[in-house]
Write a protein that binds this ligand. Structure first.
Ligand SMILES: [Zn+2]
Length: 421
């Protein structure tokens, strides 16, 4: 067993919902053997990589397989309809088929809580008997049913309210005594604001005390604004193809990877795992024979945290989703994403605008943070900015203070001026 295997062989127990004893290495072996025998695309991938199922003895061995990304899946689905050779069961054994943007077909098997969001909702405090306002689309995309099935698997009652119709959503939530919410955080805020606009106090007239949010970024300011109105907010992460890949617990220390998923953080150019804590592309393999995508590249940028969590779950955690891989640049071997920079610099009230400029001289990358302040900057500001960026990016930038009006309104957040000839 490699170190990587040891990290992923974590026993994750969510009381009451997420049970099961098999370690990830063991289910991975079974999954690969099954997929090789039943999904022609998986057989082709292994054959081309010169890998036989018996070679995949643990998570570390996954690196020998190529990453399959959404654009390739699109091509394969067109070349070999309808599922590109990845379906592991006869089509008649499916429960539903969705058509996500792309357009990409996403199959759903018949097993309960197929996308495995049950433990995620449970960690967000959902309990049997909760009445859940599920404000997600139910058609074409699987999102609505992902949460619907998870909530009902726990024993909740679901109000399939879909998207839009804010006034009706408030009316339904209030009169049905909704206690919980699933959907995007921004729409929850809209619902709560609408309730207030209608003269209701969300804390006393609405009973929505907990929310599970996903499908968009959750700025801390939005979480605080919603929690100030009496609703606790926990977020999750997943994709239409794979289902749940991470969820927050009560401790808010990142998003726990569910035990039936393997999440690797890789350098998207080499497909190799990066050291724990460093950012890279989220690549996932879930234990699911219906549609056994091995090493699916999500295109999302995150990092793994392996330290124990006070909640008792031993699974690795995704620190948060930092953005899309394509928006990031790699400086001295480290990913730098515009959102990371914005998050750090938002801590400095003196800063009006900023821009990162990446250059290269003598075969060495250099990063310059151009910072425009409101008025004259304090003398130690540049040093504090340099230290704060270093802490998060692990790349030490030069900091240049520029006068107001220097950086245009529509300036790109990162300018990469490197040439490679
Ligand atoms: Zn935890």
């Amino acid at each position: 067993m490699t170190d990587l295997d040891a990290h992923f062989d974590a026993r994750v127990d969510t009381p009451g919902v997420d049970t099961g004893a098999a370690s990830q290495a063991s289910w991975l072996r079974d999954l690969v053997a099954y997929a090789y025998a039943n999904a022609p695309a998986v057989r082709r991938i292994l054959d081309e990589a010169g890998v036989v199922p018996d070679d995949v003895t643990g998570v570390g061995a996954l690196e020998r397989l190529p990453i399959t990304r959404k654009d390739e899946l699109l091509k394969l689905q067109r070349a070999e309809p309808p599922f590109g050779g990845f379906l592991g069961v006869p089509i008649g054994e499916l429960g539903r088929v969705f058509m996500s943007p792309g357009p990409l077909f996403d199959p759903q098997g018949k097993e309960p809580d197929y996308w495995r969001f049950g433990p995620a909702l449970h960690a967000a405090g959902f309990e049997p008997g909760d009445v859940v306002l599920n404000a997600c689309a139910y058609t074409m995309t699987p999102l609505g049913l992902m949460f619907d099935e998870a909530a009902r698997h726990i024993g909740c009652v679901v109000l399939p309210s879909g998207v839009g119709n804010t006034e009706l959503q408030v009316d339904m939530a209030r009169r049905m005594g909704a206690t919980a919410y699933c959907g995007t955080p921004s729409f929850l805020k809209i619902v709560l604001d609408k309730a207030m606009e209608q003269g209701f106090d969300p804390r006393s007239d609405l009973g929505i005390r907990k929310a599970f949010v996903a499908a968009e970024m959750l700025p801390e300011s939005l979480r605080v604004a919603i929690e100030d109105l009496g609703t606790s907010v926990r977020q999750g992460y997943g994709t239409a193809d794979l289902g749940c890949l991470g969820y927050e617990c009560s401790e808010l220390t990142g998003m726990h990877v569910p035990r039936n998923a393997i999440v690797e953080i890789v350098d998207p150019t080499t497909g190799r795992n990066v050291p724990a804590g460093e950012p890279g592309e989220v690549v996932a393999t879930v234990n699911r024979t219906t549609y056994p995508l091995l090493r699916f590249g999500t295109g999302d940028l995150s990092a793994l945290e392996l330290t124990p969590c006070a909640c008792g779950r031993e699974s690795p955690r995704l620190v948060r989703i930092m953005g899309r891989v394509g928006d990031a640049v790699k400086v001295r071997g480290m990913f730098v994403h515009p959102r990371q920079v914005t998050d750090v610099l938002a801590r400095f009230s003196e800063i009006e605008r900023h821009q990162i400029v990446v250059t290269r001289a003598d075969h060495r990358d250099a990063m310059l943070a151009r910072v425009q302040t409101f008025g004259d900057p304090p003398s130690n500001l540049a040093e504090r900015i340099r230290d704060a960026l270093w802490d998060v990016l692990h790349v030490r930038p030069d900091v240049e203070m520029v006068p107001s009006g220097t950086i245009p309104d529509d300036a790109p957040p990162i300018v990469d001026q490197r040439t490679w000839d």
